[in-house]
Design a protein around this ligand. Sequence first.
Ligand code: BGC
Length: 756
Amino acid sequence: MDRALIPTSDPDWTVREIGHDPLRENSRGARFAISNGFLGVRGTHAIHHGGRWVAKSRTLVAGLFDTPDEAQGIPVLVATPDWTHVRIMLQGKPLVHRPGDGSSQQRILDMRRGALLTESRWLNASAIGVRLQTLHLASLSQRAIALQLIQLEIEEGGVDVTLEASFERLDNGLLPERVEQDLGVWHAISSNRRLAIAAALSLRIDGRDVPATLCSPFHWSWTWRSRQGQIGCLERLVSVTRSDTTDAGPAGDARHALGIAQELGWSGVVAAHEAAWASRWRRSEVVVEGDAGAQQALRFALYHLNGAANPDDERVSIAARALTGDDYRGHVFWDTEIYLLPFYILTWPEAARALLMYRFHTLDGARAKAARMGWRGALYAWESADNGDETTPSHAIGPDRKVVEVKCGQQEQHISADVAYAVWQYWQGTGDDVFLCDVGAEILLETARFWSSRAQPEAAGRCHIRGVIGPDEYHESIDDNAFTNVMARWNIRRALDVAALLRARWPARWSNLSGRLCLHDDELEHWRSVATTITTGFDPETGLFEEFAGYFSLEEINLADYAGRSVPIDVVLGRERTQRSQVVKQADVVALLALLPDEFPGDSGVTNFGYYAPRCGHGSSLSRAVHGIVAARLGDTEAALDFFRETSAIDLADSHAAIEGGVHIAGLGGLWLIAVFGFAGLSLHGDYLSLDPKLPAAWQSLAITLEWRKRRLRIRIAQAVDSVEATLEAGEPMKLIVRGKELGLTCTETPVLSNG
Ligand code: BGC
């Protein structure tokens, strides 16, 4: 057997499934998906069995948006041809699926190598058997390239074998422009976007190349008579390219990329891909001792996070289901900036920068949305596709199957502050002044300008933001959402900081930028006054933020009475009653506490968490992770671990949520956040990092790898001896504050701070 087809032996590095359950096949498509940030290939079986082909294999291409349904008018990530399809006939009869065959099927996600492997034995209707091993990968070293290897062994000699390898659904979504034997070009219906695919296939039997017996466009077929013990190996290399304009032809690029891969040969492609994965693991690894489940959950999270981004494409961002499924149509939400960006900033700054560049390139869309709604500055789209236009559907089918209006596209405006927050974090984490001057400053200023026009002065000179939706989407058209207002104030203040910084350090840049934005001192003065007068809903007497004006007088519902429910709480209570109640869909004030803990004076963090956590229905996959970060920071590590486990179950167990439509990438980012910002207690400061670790009892140790301002460091926190060991692996000396004590790190020493 070829080494490429043998999985990593360490079970911590694999997700395995034995058996084949057609009912679960679509959810496996998400869990076992492979992706490189440009191509996402769902992990459904490629081998055709039975008379009808029902498995939904699917390849998603980042940024390939089209608006196929003009009536709905919403761009979606469109279907591309399925390049993985294989059909095997033995004595003229197809392979069949019979109940009970399952035990001979294994699907293995090899996370270390970024590959999907399967091992199976199938029979045809006359019980002639074939043993198959497959490997699929989307190359991390050359993102246009995907590879399929299939090794087959017919169990009997003298059998007539037909192997067909094809691309299916050639005209399913995009319009074919040119379809040849091994090259196709398709174009979008409503835009200039085009897709090209080039392919090279070969079959070797017992080590010898066998020419295809029949060929037609994107269809190859081989026929031979088997010999016992004979091994066949199908190799399919494909290259996929996208072009966004009419002048650039994607076909040439696809041929060129394929040529490079062919030069390497499949084993070279595998080796380069594995080396790229090894590098990602080195830069982002998290090791937990004492809790194998948590270790596996973190590996699974890092696997999908490392596969979701592409540092080379500034025109795309990460969708709510990454490239693993169709839910949310490939649209981008605040999920990226709040749940994913911290991971990239601190382990893969090049990817983080590209993701923020996407927001820069869509800034005009955000300006247009603000202007259309009568405000100034930039209001980002709640759901964003390729050009920054608002793409949230106006209506959807609610949990009670009635059509409901979706107001998020108009009212969920905190997204603008979330983007600003990520820009600031990126700058804090990387010290990338060029980015701040050329890109970040403009985003911060334009979003601050939006908030300063959005918050309106009323009685007693207080400014209010009325008619919004906060992260808690159960409550619409509310006034003064604490999350929105405090984030807006923070956004304005950081914009004022950046204005002062540019003016002092890069005056030419400031005069150019402020001139272009027509930003004068009197406007900055106005921003300052909005920041000081904005209503936040904080009551110094009780230490509580009111989630929004009037929240405290809504109906209190004891969610403990509904423990064990299998459907979201708004389905149990009904939409109207949920809206009239204090039940929170997802972390809202708690999310504010996670993002801006300094806005919670004294022990008001504990007070707010104690008040809001029991009121939360966790109706979103994003919610528990944020509760986990906060619980860990507040020292309730066991509650935090429960939130961690429930978050990991979303995509790894079949109990919590539907995952047919893709993995919940924000929840996966949240697992990393709980480990790093929660249990390790990391905080970013102007010119240093700090840690305040508190591990759950089961975790003997936690080791994390971080990049910070061109340095790479590894931190290991050991429970038993209560020690923190920090190794600066690369970069200039730096300061790390651990539980208030300062450690000076240099590349030559590994200080250990021990309380034990
Ligand atoms: C959540 C949003 C989230 C979106 C995409 C919704 O259910 O409420 O906060 O951005 O899903 O993940």
